[in-house]
Design a protein around this ligand. Structure first.
Ligand SMILES: [Fe+2]
Length: 321
């Protein structure tokens, strides 16, 4: 009884054209969308990894897992045993398999499918003390090379009830708990990756990010550079996750920005007299400790100018002062 592979995730987005451009700049290929959804896949894959549906606001549309052969029947039984009612696929979503809602209301599709075959990647050649695999060949890829994700990695979802969701994905769908940090975050897997689904405690369900695997740490940096050159907003990186040891670079996808006047979970959102007031708010929202970023930056520079949407900021430091 277990799902064995993470096949795709689907989002509802206000502008499918912008979403498609984002993912194509990111290196995914147009998988010939239907009239309902834009479909994108890593190059050389026979299956879509991202589906984008049109809708009023950005949110998770559904997740799709594969449970090949006998596993599929067992997952279906397990869902029935747990009293999880099957639902009709959302409008325009791929037919087939079994459709349910997880305890947070996220639509989940499990299909009788194995992981898509991945095109072979040439092994990474590294030099080390006493052995030289690469001589007079520079280490980083050619600048003009197309950086493309090899495969879908994981998604991270917000949840208001971490334990309930862990129980559903492990107990009913058969995933394994790889790691967790108290009541804050949990990492679940259904294949050999450290995690294919991460769950982060919060005040409401939501989609946080998705992750894709590339060929090397150089490709992460080059992919990030290319996205920045094409005008996409950098998020955070280059960094290394503590638990999975993977290198990461976060890119912010096209979003609505935020209202700086109403940041209850940040130090900057409270009166000068009580810069710690946001601690309680963050705890209430299940957020990690923090919230000092804007306050720190505001005190380091002379001017902090946000654009109207609140998704871009200019830092000004006068050198003659
Ligand atoms: Fe991640």
């Amino acid at each position: 009884m277990a799902v064995r592979t993470f096949l795709h995730y689907a989002l509802e987005v206000p502008d499918q054209t912008v979403g498609q451009r984002f993912y194509e700049d990111f290196g995914l290929m147009d998988g010939a969308g239907s009239r309902d959804a834009v479909r994108l896949r890593p190059e050389g894959h026979g299956r879509d990894a991202v589906l984008l549906y049109g809708g009023p606001r950005k949110h998770l549309h559904h997740l799709c897992y594969g449970a090949p052969g006998e596993d599929f029947a067992r997952v279906r039984e397990s869902l029935a045993r747990a009293g999880v009612r099957e639902i009709d696929p959302p409008r325009g979503a791929p037919e087939g398999g079994v459709w349910v809602r997880d305890p947070d209301g996220n639509a989940v599709n499990v299909r009788d499918e194995a992981a898509p075959a991945l095109p072979a990647d040439s092994p990474l050649t590294l030099n080390g003390p006493g052995y030289v695999q690469r001589e007079v060949i520079r280490g980083y890829p050619e600048r003009g090379r197309r950086i493309a994700p090899r495969k879908l990695g994981h998604v991270l979802l917000f949840t208001p009830d971490l334990e309930r969701l862990i129980r559903f994905y492990t107990g009913t769908l058969g995933m394994k708990l790889s790691d967790r940090s108290r009541g804050i975050i949990a990492f679940l897997r259904c294949n050999t990756d450290h995690h294919t689904l991460a769950l982060l405690s919060s005040h409401a369900p939501g989609f946080h990010h998705a992750s894709f695997q590339v060929g090397s740490v150089d490709e992460i940096a080059m992919g990030a550079m290319r996205m920045a050159e094409r005008g996409w907003q950098p998020g955070w990186g280059l960094g290394r996750h503590v638990i999975g040891s993977n290198f990461v670079y976060y890119l912010r996808d096209p979003g609505p920005g935020f209202n700086r006047e109403n940041l209850q979970h940040a130090a900057v959102g409270h009166s000068q007299g009580n810069p710690m007031a946001h601690f309680d708010k963050r705890q209430e929202l299940g957020m990690r400790p923090g919230g000092f970023g804007i306050l720190l930056v505001r005190n380091l520079v002379d001017e902090l100018v946000y654009n109207e949407r609140g998704n871009e900021v200019i830092l000004i430091k006068y050198t003659d002062r």
